[in-house]
Design a protein around this ligand. Structure first.
Ligand SMILES: *[C@@H]1O[C@H](CO)[C@@H](O)[C@H](O)[C@H]1NC(C)=O
Ligand SMILES: *[C@@H]1O[C@H](CO)[C@@H](O)[C@H](O)[C@H]1NC(C)=O
Ligand SMILES: *[C@@H]1O[C@H](CO)[C@@H](O)[C@H](O)[C@H]1NC(C)=O
Ligand SMILES: *[C@@H]1O[C@H](CO)[C@@H](O)[C@H](O)[C@H]1NC(C)=O
Length: 295
């Protein structure tokens, strides 16, 4: 999205209009911000109108990165905080443990000369399954260089890790150990997920956090939009093995990005990514339409 179109929209909004950003033609299946099963993309999803988002997005197009104390609700702090969420999912996530960002309390960004840019954050992280939240301190370093390395993260959220999910994980593991399954569309185009498929969906979120952590920069804000499909392969060395086709949403570019992800999971070993592949752009699925209503 070019800066000029954003300015144009901002001007339209100034005339007292409302704005909606829609992703077509898969609007129903990929833009799930309104569905109960979607993970909140930002802390204040419910009260953040499209207007605020677009204006914030415009702000981020500036060349100079925000430094010093950050507005907790603006993109720079939100992007860094989401990297923390992905980090926690890669370290501790499971079919019964998924972390989401509840809110950003404060953030500070600092230029670290050659090594990159460091964010210090106070955030509330939420366990998506129990809904418990914890206030955590975190540090995110976006390294400099081309190609850019993935951000490095330090975070301590001790309380959330005490939630005991072992029994559920073991039961799910046993239940799935001898089966092979194929499932599509989690959630479906109505935002619905069969309760029996929820662990599979959670596992998809956790596994896609490996991609999102690795791909994140100060200019991205990723969220998993949908598991397009899952194929379970034969269990190997006591590890459940899955092939996921995942759609990610970058809120900054409004792009839907397709990835294939082959990984294993067991209660003992967690998620181990074997292979990940960025799928070529599918132009029909990626057309982004910005609809501005001035009435
Ligand atoms: C967590 O919150 C969601 C949405 O508010 C609700 O549907 C769900 O039942 C809650 N889960 C628990 C375990 O309280
Ligand atoms: C799974 O298969 C193993 C042997 O291949 C068998 O011992 C075990 O009972 C099976 N488990 C279930 C839940 O069917
Ligand atoms: C992260 O992604 C880059 C490409 O964007 C790739 O070269 C690199 O191997 C990936 N790193 C990890 C740890 O997956
Ligand atoms: C999974 O979804 C992708 C994208 O819609 C599709 O290209 C692929 O063929 C599907 N795979 C299976 C096994 O259904």
């Amino acid at each position: 999205m070019s800066l000029s179109s954003l300015v144009f929209l901002a001007v339209l909004l100034g005339v007292n209009g409302s704005l909606s950003v829609t992703i077509r033609p898969e609007a129903a299946s990929t833009d799930m911000s309104a569905h109960p099963n979607s993970l909140p993309e930002t802390a204040d999803e419910a009260d953040t109108s499209g207007q605020v988002r677009v204006l914030e997005l415009e702000e981020t197009e500036e060349d100079v990165m925000a430094t010093g104390e950050l507005n907790p609700n603006h993109y720079p702090a939100q992007r860094a905080a989401n990297v923390v969420r992905h980090y926690l999912n890669t370290r501790y996530g499971s079919p019964y443990r998924v972390f989401t960002l509840n809110r950003v309390h404060s953030g500070n960004a600092e230029d670290m000369a050659d090594s990159g840019r460091k964010y210090q954050l106070e955030i509330s992280v939420q366990d998506f399954i129990s809904n418990k939240t914890e206030k955590c301190s975190a540090e995110v370093l976006f390294p400099r260089g081309e190609p850019q390395d993935s951000p490095s993260v330090q975070a301590s959220c001790e309380e959330l890790l005490k939630i005991d999910t072992k029994a559920q994980e073991e039961a799910w593991y046993q239940q799935n150990k001898n089966q092979s399954l194929v499932t599509a569309h989690l959630p479906d185009s109505y935002g619905h997920i069969d309760p029996g498929n929820e662990p599979l969906w959670h596992l998809g979120i956790v596994a896609s956090s490996f991609i999102m952590l690795n791909e994140s920069t100060e200019n991205t804000l990723y969220n998993m939009a949908q598991v397009a499909n899952v194929t379970q392969l034969e269990t190997e060395n006591d590890q459940l093995k899955f092939d996921y086709y995942i759609l990610l949403h970058d809120m900054v570019s409004q792009e839907i990005i397709h990835w294939k992800l082959l990984f294993t999971w067991s209660p003992a070993e967690g998620v181990k990514v074997l292979q990940k592949e960025l799928m070529p752009k599918c132009h029909h699925c990626e057309t982004v339409e910005v609809i501005a209503n001035t009435n």
